[in-house]
Design a protein around this ligand. Structure first.
Ligand SMILES: Cc1cc2nc3c(=O)[nH]c(=O)nc-3n(C[C@H](O)[C@H](O)[C@H](O)COP(=O)(O)O)c2cc1C
Length: 263
């Protein structure tokens, strides 16, 4: 099978019809993997603004959809912590921590928990982690952070004033990314999806990523900011920038965000 054919197989709907017949760890009774990656015990944590307290993001949905486009020109204005909190909530916010679904009708729920988020995910598996290359957010030192979605906090991974420029370099030198106030970098932990969907997981992860980025587009427009989906990046370089191994966790999608400079 050549590479193009392999790519098409990835898109085939056929396997979806019989995925239940495929061997998967959920059926083997193996407990569900954690819903969130643990963070270093010594890491500095930052409380985000709670969704109930948001004043941002009241633009009518129809207007946000109509305005949406890929934005590649940003002003030097920072985002507020509340605006960043709103964007994180819109893309990966946790609304409910629920018991895991039963593997079979009538069976006990799985040992794991399932997260209900502001975005959908196949089987509520939610395979993503959100990293942020922060350049200009009020009150935050520039650097690499990770969103702790269950806690609605940020975890500082390292301070680095050049982090957005490094992200731009790793995105095939798309220099506008280096002008963003913040760059969202989503990784996937494939096993979270494989536990339930086995061989079908790459497709489910790819489909899921679209929901997340579209919410970022719309939420950004709603605060006078803009986003641009980024699929052109060097896998090894971005994974190294985030400190992930490229196997058990790997970068799948990227989007810079900044206040919009009207063209
Ligand atoms: C999966 C995906 C990958 C993309 N990768 C890039 C990219 O690497 N660089 C870029 O400037 N735009 C990228 N884009 C943005 C597209 O170029 C853009 O969506 C398209 O031109 C349509 O324009 P619009 O979003 O303004 O409607 C990507 C969009 C998607 C959905």
């Amino acid at each position: 099978m050549d590479a193009i054919e392999a790519g098409r197989r990835f898109l085939e709907a056929g396997p979806w019809g019989n995925w239940q017949g495929l061997e998967r760890d959920q059926q083997r009774g193996i407990p569900a993997p954690p819903v969130e990656k643990p963070w270093p015990a010594e890491a500095k944590l930052v409380d985000l603004v709670a969704p109930e307290a948001f004043r941002s993001g009241t633009m009518p949905l129809r207007e946000a959809i109509a305005k949406r486009r890929s934005r590649r020109k940003f002003t030097t204005a920072p985002l507020t912590l509340e605006e960043l909190s709103f964007l994180l909530w819109a893309t990966q916010g946790v609304k409910e921590v629920a018991p895991g679904r039963a593997a079979k009708k009538g069976a006990a729920p799985s040992a794991g928990v399932a997260l209900r988020r502001t975005v959908p995910s196949g089987g509520a598996r939610h395979a993503f982690e959100t990293y942020l290359a922060i350049q200009r957010v009020e009150g935050l030192a520039p650097g690499l952070y990770r969103y702790l979605s269950v806690e609605h906090q940020l975890c500082l991974l390292r301070e680095d004033a050049g982090i957005a420029r490094k992200a731009a370099e790793a995105c095939c030198k798309q220099s506008f990314i280096g002008e963003a106030a913040v760059v969202f970098l989503w990784t996937a932990i494939p096993y979270r999806m494989e536990w339930r969907y086995g061989v079908l997981s790459p497709k489910v992860i790819a489909v899921d990523a679209g929901h997340v980025c579209q919410n970022l587009y719309l939420a950004s427009e709603a605060i006078g900011a803009g986003a641009c989906a980024i699929g052109a990046y060097l896998q090894g370089e971005v994974d190294a920038l985030l400190g992930v191994d490229g196997k058990e966790e790997l970068t799948v999608y990227i989007a810079p965000v900044g206040k919009v400079k009207e063209e």
